[in-house]
Design a protein. Structure first.
Length: 680
């Protein structure tokens, strides 16, 4: 259509970022340039609303610092000094180096990627095919959600839960480990609707978040004590007989063993471990045991501690004990991604491995692994790293180790990126990738149940290419001639869901709702072998409270030296490390901050706005102190994740986190961290 002096059209899209909302977008394009990104008003969960970050997506796409041409390093690693080269020169050099390494052992080559895009096409499709054909090391993608994901699978058989829109009908909502206003905006609209209809909202979170401010009640428990709180709630449900015995008998297995554990957790014991009042435990149990329907919105913050997996398993059991699943507005939602019929085999082609069985590298221990020499237990030393859809130098735990690994002169590093991130600064080659407005993709969600398409709204800027095309061209340079490397992006998009989703319908409408029951587990039917919720699960056992790696109870000597527990929830205007370099969003965020309770600040001589040093035996970082009761006594909140080079003195919060893993899912324990804070 014509308008405002030029040709204007609206293009359907999907937000690619690591957020449960996975919003449907409408991109306004005028004379070939994207001028506005809005939420699709017709999509049932997006309903026209976007977060501040994504509504400014054109600012990111047209950012003056976009990498738009292949770059080759000319300075020392980490300096960010590059020269422009052509695609032919870059790909030839990369292929030659990878072939030489693969001739010795292809496992010395490691892909490193995560959720820089959640798209099924630009994520792990052509990239996975390339690395499978190469025989490179596999990557265990654990950095965000694998503890909770494995826990949910242990209990329910898959990452499944209630429909987000039905929270609007609940009479009690527990918002557990989630700052929904900042990180799950569209769920929050349903929670607000329930609140207006008389529902009680309870926030369970060590931090008094913006969400906690808007709830009727806030339980500020100590980090890593969620499992203990659940056991205390269970004890009250048992002794007061607030149980749905019929649902337990018909639709769970293993309850008697957990029941015996729970009976030992009196409100007083629970309160002492969690750092809350015993009456809060009794009151929450009473509310949950007597209110119908009751719903839990569980998020991934609470599983980023040593016992995070067990804690998620315990929370997942609660709706079964009270029969909350009987109502469509009862139950639990952590992730809905298990509902999607994705054909991962068609996308990733694992048959390209043949008989080879490469080792697996855990992305959460990349700092140690890059410094590991060859050994029988580890395999070959890592000689090459290909990074896409991630910024590990900023986001991986214990960044001093990560930086040392990336600084190795003998490590060959290729980074596909939009900007010169902390990681790209360490690359030998940086390859310009397209943004979401410049390529085709299809998306699932982990917070709702519709499939979305993202059409390319504008032509790629400069010489940028989609991830798929970069790996397609690199495969050709390596001599890989299997037909799957010739698949177009549309062909891959059509393969993603097979016959379960009609691609032409998806393209015509922009999104397709999955045909699922409204109350999925009203009569059991969990996707486990028995159809029951597994409380005592084979291979996982009976869940229990697992204390933190670092705490006064687990490591008293360490706690004496570093007496403050630190969590590092995301800053409201960033998404992990994305958007940190968008100036308008960084201006809103201001600068890296540490929220500290006035009672903890005073004996340390720290005043509001002071520059402080946060430190432990692993490292140190600097930021501004904000004296606030958003931090509970004994806990500080280091809001992240800033790029190191945009932080104070080239540091960020991951200077002090560690690489120890969770009880399930082999995930990092970011929120299981002891520190000390001093005025700089």
């Amino acid at each position: 259509m014509e308008g405002d002096g030029g040709l204007t059209r609206s293009v359907r899209g999907a937000c690619p970022h690591d957020c449960p909302d996975t919003c449907a977008l409408r991109v306004t394009v005028r004379d070939g340039r994207a001028v506005k990104v809005q939420g699709d008003a017709d999509h049932p969960t997006t309903h026209g609303a976007l977060c501040t970050k994504v509504s400014r997506y054109p600012e990111r796409t047209y950012h003056p610092e976009r990498v738009l041409h292949p770059l080759r390093r000319v300075g020392p690693k980490g300096a960010g000094r590059f020269e422009q080269v052509g695609w032919t020169e870059a790909l030839d050099a990369i292929a030659t180096r990878l072939q030489a390494i693969a001739a010795r052992d292809p496992q010395a080559i490691v892909p490193y990627s995560y959720a820089g895009t959640m798209g099924l096409v630009q994520g792990e499709s052509m990239a996975a095919r390339f690395f499978h054909r190469l025989g490179a090391s596999l990557l265990d993608r654990t950095i965000c959600a694998s503890a909770g994901g494995e826990a949910l699978t242990a209990s329910y058989g898959a990452k499944v839960g209630m429909h987000v829109e039905h929270f609007a009908e609940a009479k009690l909502i527990l918002i557990w480990g989630s700052n929904s206003i900042a990180s799950n905006l569209h769920f929050w609209t349903y929670a607000q609707a329930a609140k207006r209809a008389g529902a009680k909202l309870v926030c369970i979170d060590p931090r008094r978040s913006e969400t906690a401010d808007k709830c009727h009640q806030h339980l500020a428990l100590l980090p890593g004590t969620d499992g203990a709180l659940v056991l205390g709630l269970m004890r009250e449900l048992i002794v007061n007989d607030w149980l749905d015995h019929d649902y337990i008998d018909r639709h769970t297995e293993g309850w008697p063993a957990l029941r015996e554990k729970a009976l030992a957790w009196t409100p007083e014991r629970t309160a002492a471990v969690c750092g809350v009042d015993a009456e809060q435990v009794r009151g929450l149990a009473r509310d949950y045991g007597s209110t119908r329907p009751a719903a839990i919105r569980l998020n991934y913050g609470m599983q980023r501690v040593h016992g995070g997996g067990n804690a998620v398993r315990l929370v997942a059991t609660l709706p079964c004990l009270v029969g909350a699943w009987r109502h469509r507005a009862g139950g639990l939602l952590l992730s809905s991604s298990g509902w999607y019929p994705i054909d991962h085999g068609a996308l990733q082609r694992p048959e390209l491995l043949g008989a080879r069985r490469p080792r697996t590298i855990n992305m959460s221990t990349i700092g140690d692994d890059l410094l590991h020499e060859s050994s029988a237990g580890f395999g070959p030393k890592i000689e090459a790293l290909v990074v896409y859809n991630s910024n590990p130098v900023a986001v991986a735990p214990e960044s001093p180790q990560v930086v040392r690994g990336f600084a190795r002169e003998d490590l060959f590093t290729v980074v596909l990126e939009h900007f010169l991130t902390d990681t790209a600064d360490h690359a030998d080659f940086v390859l310009p990738a397209t943004t979401q407005l410049e390529h085709l993709d299809v998306h699932r969600s982990y917070g709702h149940t519709s499939v979305l398409i993202n059409e390319a709204a504008v032509a790629p800027l400069g010489e940028a290419l989609p991830n798929t095309e970069i790996f397609r061209r690199l495969a050709a340079r390596m001599g890989y001639d299997e037909p799957c490397f010739g698949d177009s992006d549309e062909a891959i998009a059509r393969q993603a869901f097979g016959h379960h989703v009609h691609f032409d319908e998806l393209r015509a409408r922009g999104w397709v709702q999955l045909p699922l029951p409204e109350a999925p587990f009203a009569h059991g039917g969990f996707p486990t072998p028995s159809g029951r919720c597994r409380i005592d699960a084979p291979g996982w056992g009976v869940p229990d409270h697992v204390p933190n790696h670092e705490s006064a109870q687990s490591t008293p000597a360490l706690a004496a030296a570093y007496p403050l527990a630190m969590i590092s929830p995301p800053a409201r205007n960033f998404l992990n490390s994305s958007f940190v370099n968008v100036k308008s969003l960084r201006d809103i965020e201001g600068e890296p901050v540490l929220e500290i309770h006035p009672g903890d600040a005073a004996p340390r001589g720290i005043h509001d706005g002071a520059l402080v040093r946060v430190f432990n035996e692993r490292g140190q970082y600097w930021c501004k102190a904000v004296l606030s009761e958003r931090a509970r006594p004994g806990v500080v909140n280091g809001l992240g994740i800033w790029w190191r080079k945009l932080g104070v003195r080239g540091s960020n919060v991951n200077e002090v986190t560690h690489q120890k893993l969770t009880d399930l899912g082999r995930a990092p324990s970011f929120y299981d961290c002891l520190v000390e804070v001093s005025a700089d």
